[in-house]
Unconditional design. Structure first.
Length: 253
């Protein structure tokens, strides 16, 4: 699967807090700005193999990447005489990557004539990586000033893009592997007990200002109980949990 989009957005500032003081048809972005482009690519593979009448093995994997980047112009303020708008040019780029794979075995067997087990055992692996780079001309008021009464456009492309587009660089990601085991036990066609657990080892990292890495090992249990009153009516209770690794930073460090 592939997707692509192109945009060149525009914002209209207020003057003295008044909306629509600037005509909405007035262009604040220079036509020569290259714009922003993005693309999404998805790949998926799934394989299933039946071992016998009751057991089956399944393997599935997927990859995704989405490069995104481009130039934009933003308003930075109004001149003291309120007859010109300060603008700045900026570049932002993102590179997102995701890879994941799962393999699991499911089947069933009986212990005695009244107890049925439906078993699921699986492992999965995932890896995400996100990188952002960018730069801008923020603070240079005289560079791209736009006169409201006599706006001029078509600034040379070299001038619009003449700055360090990699003045900031941040990167973060998460890598994990997990094991999941579940036994779905049906007793006498009336009571169903679900016993399961998922163990996850995850490493999250980021380098916003200074590199940081966090390792988590988490066991999440699951317990369910279902009683079949009739063929169409049942009552159930469930205890479950989830673990989602985080790669952010706290204000306290």
């Amino acid at each position: 699967m592939y997707g692509r989009s192109v945009s060149n957005g525009q914002t209209i500032p207020t003057i003295n807090g008044k909306f629509f003081a600037i005509p909405s048809k007035m262009g604040l972005i220079d036509p020569n700005i290259p714009g922003t482009k993005s693309a999404d690519n998805y790949y998926r593979l799934q394989v299933s193999h039946k071992l016998d009448d009751t057991w089956r093995i399944n393997v599935q994997g997927g990859m995704a990447n989405g490069p995104w980047g481009g130039y934009m112009m933003y308003t930075e303020g109004i001149s003291p005489t309120q007859d010109s708008i300060y603008r700045y040019s900026a570049y932002t780029g993102w590179k997102n990557k995701l890879a994941t794979i799962q393999a699991f075995l499911d089947g069933q067997f009986n212990t005695g004539s009244k107890i049925n087990h439906k078993v699921l055992v699986g492992v999965d692996y995932g890896n995400t990586d996100v990188r952002s780079t960018g730069g801008n001309t923020y603070g240079d008021h005289s560079r791209f000033t736009l006169a409201l009464n006599a706006p001029t456009y078509y600034i040379p492309l070299d001038s619009l893009t003449n700055f360090d587009a990699n003045s900031f660089d941040s990167q973060y990601g998460t890598r994990y592997q997990a094991l999941y085991v579940q036994d779905h036990i049906k007793l006498y066609d009336k009571l169903i007990v679900t016993l399961a657990a998922r163990y996850t080892n995850a490493v999250s990292w980021a380098n916003y200002s200074d590199p940081v890495e966090q390792t988590d090992n988490k066991l999440v249990p699951r317990f369910g109980l279902t009683y079949l009153i009739t063929k169409d009516v049942s009552v159930y209770g469930l205890y479950d949990g989830a673990f989602v690794p985080q790669n952010g930073r706290s204000f306290s460090g």
